[in-house]
Design a protein around this ligand. Structure first.
Ligand code: GLN
Length: 290
């Protein structure tokens, strides 16, 4: 039947991907239709000649129009996979990136079989880093802070959905609201883009919270603040692990050295970019509380 074919799943996807013109147009069109139909990809492919009901077609067109207006897939779908976890994502949170999985791996490598470690995640957003560590190390206790209450609500929901109980969420602008506690590992993916960077007005970044992306003229304002204050919150021999821009490794390493941290090492992401720099609190005996 001609009418049915015009509205078939296959025809709908073809027409949508022709309009989208993104690198992953066909895949994105499938994801949007899967979302409307609440089906997986295998189902969609097996039913490509089925006709779509008008209300389903209209719902799909509405999502397609949002994507055509540039809205990120993660905000339209309301979720994003990170380190094997399905995370809720809203415009109050940065969209978790594969680059950040490098930071999680670096933290897991240090945590290894050490039980009962305490971890601090600064600027947790969706909770991605904290929850990925927590899921893989149920024995550690994690404190995850964010300056945005709305982001923390998303992170808490993610913890609930994933049945993760070893993360405590705290409203705090970096260390400001933390009590006098020291951690074995501090991880952070802070904002690190230069405030005048053209990328902020392009692609997904246009839709993401600017407070999670940009950080002063050189992009290092928040990184500086974290590194300058971290020693008071790091246990002796504890690790600080920071994600940063592809061209910021040297500056981050210098800042760490200036603060007295040692064992400084930069790690590349899967794209081969310098992405994470780690360093250690050289103190063997604590000079502050505990
Ligand atoms: N990695 C992100 C980007 O460049 C930025 C995230 C951040 O500032 N922490 O798109």
């Amino acid at each position: 039947m001609l009418g049915a074919f015009a509205n078939s799943i296959k025809a709908t996807l073809l027409s949508a991907s022709a309009k989208l013109k993104t690198a992953e147009a066909g895949y994105e069109a499938q994801l949007l239709l899967q979302h409307v139909l609440n089906v997986n990809r295998a189902w969609l492919i097996a039913h490509e000649n089925d006709a779509l009901q008008p209300n389903i077609h209209a719902a799909f067109e509405a999502l397609l129009n949002r994507r055509l207006a540039g809205e990120p897939m993660a905000y339209i779908l309301g979720s994003r996979e990170f380190f094997g976890l399905d995370l809720l994502v809203t415009p109050d949170t940065l969209i978790p990136r594969p680059d950040t999985e490098t930071l999680v791996e670096a933290a897991l490598a240090k945590i290894l079989n050490n039980t009962n470690l305490s971890i601090l995640d600064l600027g947790t957003g969706t909770g991605a880093i904290a929850l990925a560590i927590a899921k893989n190390c149920p024995q550690v206790s994690i404190t995850a802070v964010d300056a945005s209450n709305a982001a923390l609500e998303v992170a808490k929901k993610n913890a609930q959905n994933l049945n993760i109980h070893n993360v405590e969420f705290v409203l705090s602008n970096w260390f400001n609201n933390l009590s006098n506690q020291r951690f074995d590992v501090i991880v952070s993916n802070p904002p690190y883009i230069e405030e005048n960077d053209d990328h902020l007005t392009q692609g997904d970044l246009r839709f993401e919270p600017i407070s999670a992306l940009a950080s002063g003229a050189d992009g290092l304002d928040d990184i500086r603040q974290i590194i300058e204050n971290c020693l008071v919150y790091l246990k002796p021999q504890g690790w600080l692990m920071m994600e940063h821009g592809y061209n910021q490794a040297d500056q981050v390493a210098d800042l760490m050295a200036q603060s007295g941290l040692n064992n400084i090492e930069t790690i590349q992401d899967l794209g081969g970019n310098n992405r994470v720099t780690i360093s250690k609190n050289p103190l063997i005996v604590s000079t502050h509380w505990d």
